[in-house]
Unconditional design. Structure first.
Lengths: 433, 186
């Protein structure tokens, strides 16, 4: 068997182990080590087993991960989610479907200080879902709008997925963050349009709320300033070159803790909960990074990326057709894998192909996160769907899935727009960097 | 047998509580020293702007210290994630299997985890000894690499204990089966 074929077999074996419920990090690590042993002889695996985890966890650039996680966890606990929802509601709540649009806006705002999709859905779901149900919104629209908008947490910076993509491909995290701003705004706009269209087609989905006077709405708008300040300090600081990503993450974490302290929510219970959440997520991500490191080592040894490049060159397919196939591959894989593992497992052999075809790595980073978002809201393992159902177990999953259709359509439109107009992604990085 | 498993579980639980505190404190200290560094550097810049005098205030060896703290945090955190069943796993197909097959899959995951972590531990100790012989140290503060390796080795050993405990827990029923365990994702 040739080395690239061993690489393909290794990928298949890791998928099989994943299907048998072996943790993804372990599946990647074990496949990587055994595959490396098959190619180079098993006497050589001691070296990668001994030094691999250390090398994967040692780089200073990785320190950005626990710091951003800490920021997101404290942001979730500091009531900023309800402020953001209140502010968005004050702006658009009176429109037809306004509460659902407000939830989307609040998710976008929360994603801008949190960086995690599941945390965004879990936090905003507890705030916005009861409000929409109280206002007589149909469960289908209420649950699906939050589940879909939760995906903005992984796109709008600071995004943990973008940080990991940046570390994996040695791309600037600052550039990736600025590249994600316009696609994030576009996603917010398209999701809001999806709600508008859905309620136009089915007016029974919502009840229209009364328009309140500005005197009542202004205080709610003002209450979102801590979240806005935190976002400006973190992302603005990176964009204008004031902070490195690690420093910005420290500023964000410190700011989120300070806001929680000022609001007197830093109880012993909250700190303990934040501690377990931060540490568990840190462990999960670092172990995946270690597993992916070993898997990458194996994939590089097999020469699979070069083999794929030569195969594509020989097929004479136009680059856009190849990109389309890659996106399709990711959409299908996203139905069965979580976003982080999907990126870590496939980037080692897809990324060299993308670079060889002359596509911009920053642009591709945004595209890959966009398709990974799709995986979060598509059955059978759309994690956001599970989270929202965990918050409202009385809503049948079939109803939530049906409600996702307009949002999935909006995501596909966004993907096509981003592919057709790369400038939407690459303009801001060219301005700031 | 159950009593022994409970005792083991209690001991590992205690170790994990210590590990989570160490990891969390390390992350918080990393945040604190980075913020102090930003403040000191800003003051230096301000001083240059106001008095023209060039101060060079900064936290000495910030990168070395942050790397050490993150290494400690990550190593402990990996073990904690094993203990809590927080490592990402897909249970879509597993859920379709009968209970016995699911138990077998859980055992398979534990066997793979223990083999992999044990091998990393074994070869990691060898690698650490090699670094010690070479006397390698960090670039700014000259911290011996031993201090970077020790938390990793401790974390690997704790991870083995955590993975075994999670399995025993699901076997004897005092912990949720894998699909009901905690799940974190970005």
């Amino acid at each position: 068997m040739s080395d690239p074929l061993i690489g393909v077999a290794g990928f298949a074996v890791s998928l099989l182990l994943v299907a048998l419920r072996v943790p993804i990090a372990l599946a990647m690590a074990v496949t990587g080590v055994v595959g490396f042993g098959i190619i180079n002889g098993f006497s050589t695996i001691g070296f990668i087993l001994g030094s691999g985890p250390f090398e994967s966890m040692f780089p200073y650039s990785l320190s950005v991960i626990p710091l951003f996680l800490l920021m997101g966890v404290f942001a979730s606990h500091s009531r900023m989610s309800s402020d953001l929802f209140g502010a968005a509601n004050a702006l658009v709540g009176h429109l037809r479907g306004g509460l659902a649009i407000a939830s989307i806006g609040a998710c976008a705002g929360f994603g801008a200080i949190c960086g995690s999709s599941l945390a965004t859905v879990a936090t905003m779901g507890r705030v916005a879902l009861p409000e929409m149900r109280r206002a007589g919104y149909d469960d289908q629209l209420s649950a699906s709008s939050i589940a879909a908008a939760g995906t903005l947490g992984v796109l709008i910076p600071p995004s943990i997925l973008l940080v990991i993509y940046g570390l994996l491909t040695e791309q600037s995290i600052g550039q990736l963050f600025s590249a994600a701003i316009i696609p994030g705004l576009l996603a917010t706009l398209l999701y809001s349009l999806a709600v508008t269209l859905a309620v136009r087609l089915r007016p029974d989905l919502v009840q229209v709320s009364k328009r309140r006077p500005w005197a009542e709405r202004l205080p709610e708008l003002r209450s979102a300033w801590p979240a806005a300040l935190l976002f400006i300090a973190v992302i603005g600081g990176i964009q204008v070159g004031l902070f490195s990503p690690t420093e910005a993450a420290a500023v964000g974490a410190g700011g989120a803790i300070l806001i929680a302290a000022i609001r007197r929510v830093l109880t012993r219970r909250v700190v303990a909960s934040a501690m377990w959440e931060t540490v568990s997520m840190t462990g999960m991500i670092f172990f995946i990074m270690a597993g992916a490191g070993l898997f990458n080592y194996f994939i590089e040894t097999t020469g699979l990326p070069q083999f794929l490049i030569s195969l594509i060159e020989a097929s004479a397919l136009p680059p856009l057709a190849v990109l389309f196939l890659i996106m399709l591959f990711y959409i299908l894989l996203g139905c069965f894998m979580d976003a982080l593992s999907m990126i870590l497992l496939t980037v080692p052999f897809i990324y060299p192909v993308i670079v060889a075809m002359g596509f911009d790595p920053i642009w591709f980073g945004i595209l890959i996160v966009t398709v990974a978002e799709l995986g979060l809201i598509t059955p059978p393992i759309g994690m956001n769907l599970f989270v929202i159902q965990g918050i409202a177990p009385d809503i049948p999953s079939s109803k939530i899935v049906r409600g996702m259709v307009p949002f999935l359509f909006a995501d596909c439109v966004r993907l096509v727009v981003l592919i057709a107009f790369p400038g939407l992604v690459l303009w801001l990085p060219s301005v700031f960097f | 047998m159950t009593k022994l498993a409970n005792l083991y579980s209690w001991t590992v639980g205690l170790l994990m509580r210590i590990a989570v505190v160490i990891a969390f404190v390390s992350i918080c200290v990393a945040v604190a020293i980075t913020l102090v560094d930003i403040v000191l550097r800003s003051m230096s810049r301000l001083s240059v702007a106001l008095t023209g005098e060039g101060l060079t205030w900064a936290v000495p060896g910030l990168v070395d210290l942050t790397q050490l703290l993150v290494m400690i945090a990550a190593s402990m955190a990996i073990a904690v994630a094993f203990h809590r069943g927080a490592h990402v796993a897909i249970d879509l197909i597993d859920n379709m299997f009968p209970p016995l097959m699911r138990k077998f899959n859980a055992l398979l995951a534990v066997v793979i985890a223990v083999w992999f972590l044990g091998a990393c531990l074994w070869y990691g100790i060898g690698e650490m000894q090699g670094q010690l012989e070479l006397n390698t140290a960090s670039s700014t503060l000259s911290i011996s690499y031993l201090w970077y390796w020790l938390p990793l080795i401790a974390g690997m050993a704790l991870s083995v204990l955590g993975a075994l405990d999670a399995f025993l827990g699901s076997l004897f029923g005092h912990r949720p089966v894998s699909s009901e365990a905690e799940h974190y994702d970005v």
